[in-house]
Design a protein around this ligand. Structure first.
Ligand code: MN
Length: 132
C-alpha cells in the first residue's frame, strides 16, 4: 500500500485491537499512515488501559512517540523507568531496545511515527519483568 500519493484526510475512528501478545493486554490502535517502501513513515494512535505495557522491542529506523493524554512509562535497556505526560515527545533510536506503556493508575494515549525498513517497523522481544 504505502504512503498516499496526494493529500489525504484520515477521519477519527476505525481503531482496532492490537495483537494479544505484544503487550500485557490488547490496546486500541488506529492507523494514521502506513509505510511500505524503505524509509516511508508509519504512524498510529494508540490508547492503552491503565497498567498495559508493551514487550521489549526495537524499531529498525527508530520511533518518535508523542503523548496525547494520561500518564505513561518508558524505559530503554539499562536505563531508568521514566514517566511520560501529555505533550512529552520521546525519540527511541534505531535498534534501541525499549518498552512503553501506561502507569498502573492511568490510561495512556500517544501518537507514534516509525519508518519502515524491509517491510518492518518493529521487532518484538521478551516480556518486561514485573515492575517493583
Ligand atoms: Mn516503541
Amino acid at each position: 500500500m504505502g504512503n498516499p500519493e496526494r493529500m489525504t484526510i484520515h477521519r477519527q475512528g476505525n481503531a482496532v485491537r492490537s495483537p494479544a501478545d505484544i503487550a500485557t493486554a490488547p490496546f486500541w490502535v488506529e492507523m494514521l499512515l502506513e509505510g511500505a517502501a524503505d524509509g516511508e513513515n508509519t504512524a498510529m494512535r494508540a490508547s492503552l488501559d491503565p497498567g498495559t505495557i508493551t514487550r521489549w522491542h526495537t524499531h529498525p529506523r527508530g520511533q518518535l512517540l508523542y503523548v496525547l493524554s494520561g500518564k505513561g512509562l518508558a524505559q530503554r535497556e539499562d536505563g531508568a523507568v521514566e514517566e511520560l505526560r501529555a505533550g512529552d515527545a520521546v525519540w527511541f533510536a534505531a535498534g534501541e531496545k525499549h518498552w512503553h506503556g501506561a502507569t498502573p493508575d492511568s490510561a495512556f494515549s500517544y501518537i507514534s511515527v516509525q519508518a519502515t525498513e524491509a517491510g518492518r517497523i518493529v521487532d518484538w522481544l521478551e516480556q518486561v519483568e514485573v515492575l517493583s
